[in-house]
Design a protein around this ligand. Structure first.
Ligand SMILES: Cc1cc2nc3c(=O)[nH]c(=O)nc-3n(C[C@H](O)[C@H](O)[C@H](O)COP(=O)(O)O)c2cc1C
Length: 188
């Protein structure tokens, strides 16, 4: 019997035409063999508030945390806003870091994909997420994926072949990292 390894993804943009949603959809529909990629939606999460933890987390929070907890790895598709992490992405991650000791993010393999419409590769958000993840999981995939010129590499909701290949190659390496548990530079 073959087992399927389930990964989950958060998309840190609420925009209907979001390029990061397109990147998520392309990943989910071309997951490497043996892997399944689902979404853990973040749109209805409330802003983090410790009072909500005390009075009982809303269903949107507990189902979100359970969905990430049960996955073998987490993919974060996020834009860069003002050189850093957008509130939507950061709020979702903050929930995943709670409570200390049994947080869903602890020990979770995490991969980050960020794209920029311009010639930059969203290095600000990728660097800042590395700092955040460094505090919360020892299993961040060192090689984040930064895509430039994303607005010129999409037709409708379809990625151009070069972007699809770049994403697919990275995804293969991330899935290998989930399976083997070591960074490619350590493992090869
Ligand atoms: C408030 C705001 C700040 C932004 N700051 C940056 C930035 O620092 N670097 C960058 O590459 N793009 C920046 N952008 C452009 C976004 O990368 C672009 O809007 C992108 O399409 C957002 O991702 P989405 O298509 O998934 O919504 C910014 C956009 C907004 C709305």
């Amino acid at each position: 019997m073959t087992t399927t390894i389930e990964l989950t993804a958060i998309v840190g943009s609420l925009r209907k035409g979001s390029f990061h949603r397109i990147l998520f959809e392309a990943s989910a529909s071309a997951a490497p063999p043996g892997f399944l990629i689902r979404e853990s939606p973040v749109a209805y999460l409330p802003f983090f508030n410790a009072d909500l933890e005390e009075t009982g987390e809303p269903d949107s929070v507990s189902s979100f945390k359970a969905s990430v907890d049960s996955a073998a790895g987490l993919l974060v598709f996020t834009p860069e806003y003002n050189g850093s992490i957008p509130a939507v992405t950061k709020n979702a991650i903050d929930w995943l870091t709670r409570p200390p000791g049994s947080a869903p993010i602890t020990g979770k393999p995490v991969g980050v994909v960020a794209a920029s419409p311009g010639r930059h590769t969203a290095s600000g958000v990728r660097d800042h997420l590395a700092t955040v993840m460094g505090i919360n999981t020892n299993r961040l995939f060192d090689e984040s994926l930064g895509l430039s010129s994303i607005s010129r590499r999409v037709d409708g909701r379809v990625l151009h072949a070069d972007a699809r290949d770049e994403l697919g190659d990275w995804l293969n390496r991330f899935c290998q990292f989930v399976l083997v548990g070591t960074q490619p530079s350590q493992g090869s």
